[in-house]
Each structure stands twice: as C-alpha cells, then as structure tokens.
Design a protein around this ligand. Sequence first.
Ligand code: CMP
Length: 139
Amino acid sequence: MSGNITFTMIKPCAVKNNFIGPILKMINEKGFRIKAIKMTRFSRERAEAFYGIHAGKFFFEELVEFMSSGPIIAAILEKENAIDDFRDLIGNTNPEKAAEGTIRKLFAESFTANAIHGADSDENALREGSFFFSEMEQY
Ligand code: CMP
C-alpha cells in the first residue's frame, strides 16, 4: 500500500491533442483530489534535471526533446493508495501493453509520447511535486 500523494504530468502530445479535459475527468472519477495544478513548459535544462535519473540511457535525448516540445499540465493528486491506484488508472508505460480503459490505452501515441506520467514511489512523488510546486501552492 502506497501513501496518499502522487505526482502527474499530462504530456505535450496529450495537451496538443486537446485531451486535458477527458484525462482530468478520468482522474476525478477515480477519486483523486487535486492538491496542486498548473499548465507550464519544461525548458531543455529543466527537463534534463527532472529526468536526471535516466541520463545516459538510450531514450534520454528523445525524452528530453519531447518533454520540452510544448506545454504540459503538472499536478499533485491525493487519494488513499495514490501511487498504485494512479498507475492502475494510467496503464503500462508502453501503450501497446496498456490495459483497455486506461489513460494510456486511450490517449497515448508511443512509448515516448505516452500521454501521461505517474510517479513510481512515495519518495519520487514528493521529489517531483516539489520540483513544480512550492508549499504555498499546495492545498
Ligand atoms: P514516464 O515513466 O512517464 O517517464 C520516463 C519516460 O521515459 C517514460 O514515461 C517513457 O516515456 C520513457 N521511457 C522509459 N523507458 C523507455 C524505453 N525503454 N524506451 C523508450 N522510452 C522509454
């Protein structure tokens, strides 16, 4: 059982395709409360810092390029068992393996342009959330 906070980003492909509304609706209907939310954009440098854990991997350059290619929605979400329940809602990182009815199955284009991010641990949810939001911006 995970803690009650997760961090998400609706990625540039889904923002561009006008999927913010349908994705937020699914998040809302699953029972998540929005603690913080903003539309913003990664600079290249900020994307490299955020994804520093993947530096040197074969997909790093494509990931940084894609994530800084347009605006995103960043949000901190609250719900019991947030990490696990959110990962169930978004589906497998590889959209070809995502289950029916998941956000990635519905809205992802590829492994990189996979519509949405969900933190993979309590520790990363806090780290990633504080990358975008100060204490005063979290309600
Ligand atoms: P996400 O988990 O949101 O954040 C890291 C991203 O890196 C991941 O989504 C994928 O979009 C991308 N990624 C991770 N592993 C691979 C891989 N093996 N091939 C291509 N992209 C990957």
